[in-house]
Design a protein around this ligand. Structure first.
Ligand code: PMM
Length: 361
């Protein structure tokens, strides 16, 4: 997968990193360049690069296919819940409803059906466009949840929300195909699968229900993912893995127009990996499906701010949303704090670039 990263070389460390990745001396400080990776050796050599990467300063001189990698078209609308959901006006807010005793960010607060439904309705009042209902925590070392237990947690919540907020698309956050199947019958129209269809039955379940799905990148499993995550080039590897995940889902019968992708912030990633992905999220635009981003209350924000408790990371979360939105890098934001996110998005929309591609090069 050819990925394009836009770089404005304002720091010496950025120049050093660029030289290391491209195998060539970096352009001077202050230069604006594009790093192309995932090239074939011949393509890389033709652009004066090394191995699979090259740095270009002028996009106009590139062959058309590479020019499109640098300036991909805006993401298409998503086929969701019987309609086309467009992202060209403003990003979508996906409010999180965790029906779990042990989610890292809000574990236990909404563990009964009544509390979870009331919380979901409050998030809609606050401005959530969709809701994501989950019954199994993905935190490292979380206790596994049986199929029956997960269903007992999420199905009544989905049914009640479907009845009380019929126009709000509901997502089920699960990696179990059978939970997804029952959730889709209980009112969900999107499957948010952090394992990107690791369950071999998942594609058929999604395809049969004509549901949408979010494919997220994770290195390892929730149990092991934070034990020394390693990447040579995290942006390229996440892009390649998501491209393969899209191909698998499509081969399994899911229409491409029903797919979203997600870099999986915090899922098998150290701080430097999360930051590299956030810095270069626009590279995932080349995959041609809408991008979902989940930074809300995550540990990397705690590492940056010193906020130990997830509840103390609300402002940091909003800042991360505002930056990605202003750069036009993501289409759906999965968040716990909807009101704050809405405010951050209003500021980003007023100051940032227009939706769909930030600055054109
Ligand atoms: N993060 C969590 C759970 N589900 N799904 C997607 N698509 N992306 C994410 O980043 C993501 C997710 C973990 O957060 P939580 O425990 O607060 O729900």
């Amino acid at each position: 997968m050819i990925l394009a990263r836009r770089l404005f070389l304002t720091r010496e460390v950025d120049r050093e990193a660029l030289a290391l990745r491209s195998g060539r001396p970096a352009p001077p400080l202050g230069a604006q360049v594009v790093l192309l990776t995932g090239l074939g050796p011949e393509q890389a050599a033709a652009l004066g690069g090394d191995a699979d990467a090259a740095v270009v300063e002028s996009v106009e001189s590139l062959p058309p296919a590479l020019r499109e990698a640098v300036n991909p078209p805006p993401p298409p609308a998503l086929a969701l819940a019987g309609r086309r959901w467009a992202f060209d006006q403003r990003p979508t807010i996906l409010g999180v409803v965790n029906v779990t005793p042990d989610s890292f960010s809000d574990g236990g607060r909404f563990a009964t059906t009544e509390l979870a439904v009331a919380h979901g309705l409050r998030l809609i009042d606050d401005g959530a466009d969709w809701l994501d209902v989950g019954g199994e925590s993905t935190r490292p070392n979380a206790a596994p949840v049986s199929l029956d237990e997960e269903c007992a947690r999420v199905l009544p919540v989905l049914e009640a929300l479907r009845a009380r907020a019929p126009s709000v698309p509901l997502s089920i956050d699960t990696s179990k195909a059978e939970v997804a199947r029952r959730a889709l019958q209980s009112g969900a129209s999107l499957v948010n699968d952090v394992s990107a269809f690791a369950d071999p039955a998942m594609a058929a379940v999604v395809a049969e229900a004509r549901a949408a799905a979010c494919l997220m990148h994770m290195q390892g499993t929730p149990r092991t993912m934070q034990v020394q995550p390693r990447y040579a080039d995290v942006v390229q590897e996440v892009g390649d893995a998501l491209e393969a995940a899209i191909a698998r889902a499509v081969a399994g019968g899911v229409d491409r127009s029903r797919l979203l992708i997600d870099p999986g912030i915090g899922f098998g990633k150290a701080l430097e990996h999360n930051l590299a992905l956030l810095r270069h999220l626009e590279a995932l635009r080349g995959l041609g499906v809408p991008v979902l981003l989940g930074t809300s209350r995550k540990s990397f924000l705690g590492a940056l701010t010193g906020a130990r408790e997830p509840e103390q990371r609300v402002l940091a979360s909003a800042a991360s949303v505002a930056i990605a939105a202003a750069r036009g890098q993501a289409d759906v934001f999965r968040v716990h704090d909807v009101k704050e996110t809405r405010d951050a998005l209003a500021v980003a929309a007023a100051i940032g670039a227009s939706r769909g591609g930030a600055t054109r090069w």
